[in-house]
Design a protein around this ligand. Structure first.
Ligand code: HGY
Ligand code: MN
Ligand code: MN
Length: 441
């Protein structure tokens, strides 16, 4: 285990410049602005391009060598004393339609702030330091989520990703060309020696406990499916109830069942004293022809199911599928199901988790270990290198909402934990993919 006693704390008094970080956060938030102070920069839209161009300009201004790969991932590298794989940090700058200003952006801009802090203090690291933003982390326009980092780590062939059709009919490869980010660097990308991502928690835990830093232990499993229900459009006034094949009724019933399944499983978990919690969301629901006086002939909806326990998540998927089949039989409709994303739970290397926790304590912050309810690029990088995450609190646990907020002092605390975690990882050999017990290089 890394011995992070103060004597080992390199550059113990080094801190990031909070004002500089906040200026960059505000400047990026101003791209694709929406009411309430958030941003809308859906992946590969013009707004995403503008955000990308701004961050790439900042990378270049900092003297980083910038590469763009074939799925649009952007990596800026600051050289170290030696060549070889970088210690990497980063996240995403694409947003959902109702995005806040910190989701993803904090991790990328704190990475730039770490680089600028090293530059301005004349600190040369042993290894290169990389700051990355990955394409389409949200998956809201082009599913699955974490698409760019998934391709980066070799989890999806590039050609398959380039062919993905979005919710608006656009195609990933064509949009990358259109915005000028179909880059020359090959996919999969270079495996970093380690990856650490700073992110807002997007949930209520840290705030409720009055804790500043989360040392993230892993990411829960994610199941996204799209259901297309085909019934028969008919007259709302003349069609007797028993003759209807109402796709809208089936869709609504499925949405209620998603909530009931989650609640039922959570009651059982609480009764059995387990910590797992099921969540279920119907985020998209479209009826056709979507008119007041027509029984819906068809419906398309999405179901997002998540759990930290893979067997429970699979069980909920199976329960829902059975329920949908019974509903289809009863209402005389047909159902087509398409998987949009399916990722099993990910556990981060516990020595990375302990490094984040130890650094946070050494910097005087309260810290707790916790899983992530949201998906993150880190869950993909964990497939190819030792990976950890740093969380900071979200006010009222709100995210994917322009009201998303984290106090400046917490943002700065998180960026300082990121700075010193990267310095610890730089100072320690990472043979066989894990921090060693603290010998110097
Ligand atoms: O969906 C998620 O968990 C993330 O925001 N992409
Ligand atoms: Mn995010
Ligand atoms: Mn998000």
């Amino acid at each position: 285990m890394i011995d992070y006693a103060p004597s080992n704390l390199l550059h113990a008094d080094l801190r990031i410049d909070g004002d500089r970080l906040m200026r960059r956060i505000e400047d990026l938030a101003a791209i694709g602005p929406i009411d309430g102070g958030g941003s809308c920069r859906l992946a590969l839209t013009d707004e995403d391009r503008a955000g990308r161009d701004l961050v790439v300009a900042w990378m270049s201004d900092l003297g980083l060598s910038v590469t763009v790969d074939a799925i649009g991932n952007v990596v800026g590298i600051r050289p170290g004393r030696t060549d070889g794989p970088p210690t990497m940090t980063g996240s995403h700058i694409d947003t959902v339609r109702t995005g806040g200003r910190y989701d993803g952006n904090l991790g990328v801009l704190a990475g730039l702030e770490v680089v600028e802090t090293l530059e301005r203090n004349g600190i040369e690291t042993n290894h290169p330091v990389a700051v990355a933003f990955f394409t389409d982390e949200e998956g809201a326009r082009f599913p699955p989520d974490m698409l760019g980092s998934l391709v980066y780590v070799g989890g999806m062939p590039l050609e398959e990703a380039l062919d993905i059709v979005g919710i608006d009919g656009a195609v990933v490869g064509e949009e990358l060309e259109r915005i000028g980010y179909h880059g020359p660097a090959p996919c999969p990308g270079v495996a970093p020696r380690a990856f650490v991502e700073l992110h807002i928690e997007q949930g209520p835990v840290l705030e409720a406990e009055g804790t500043t830093i989360g040392a993230v232990t892993g990411v829960q499993g994610i199941s996204w499916t799209e259901w297309t229900i085909t019934g028969q459009s008919n007259h709302a006034g003349t069609t007797p109830m028993e003759l209807r094949r109402d796709a809208g009724h089936v869709a609504a019933t499925i949405a209620v069942q998603v909530r009931d399944l989650a609640n039922r499983l959570n009651r059982q978990s609480v009764a059995e004293g387990r910590l797992d919690r099921q969540v279920g969301t119907v985020g998209q629901l479209n009826l056709h022809p979507d008119l007041v006086n027509v029984v819906a002939g068809s419906a398309t909806m999405t179901v997002d199911l998540r759990n930290t326990d893979e067997s429970l998540l699979s069980g909920v998927e199976a329960d829902l599928a059975r329920f949908v089949a019974e509903m289809a039989e009863a209402e005389g409709v047909t159902i087509d199901k398409r998987t949009l994303a399916r990722f099993e739970p990910v556990a981060f290397d516990d020595r990375m988790v302990e490094t984040v926790a130890t650094v946070a304590e050494r910097l005087g912050h309260s810290v707790r270990r916790m899983p992530s309810g949201a998906g993150h690029d880190a869950q993909m990088l964990a497939r190819i290198c030792p990976t950890g995450m740093v969380f900071v609190p979200s006010r009222h646990g709100i995210s994917h909402n322009p009201a998303e907020h984290t106090d400046t002092e917490d943002l700065v605390a998180g960026a300082n934990v990121l700075l010193h975690t990267l310095l610890v990882l730089d100072a320690h050999p990472l043979e066989s993919g894990v921090p060693s017990d603290g010998e110097e290089d």
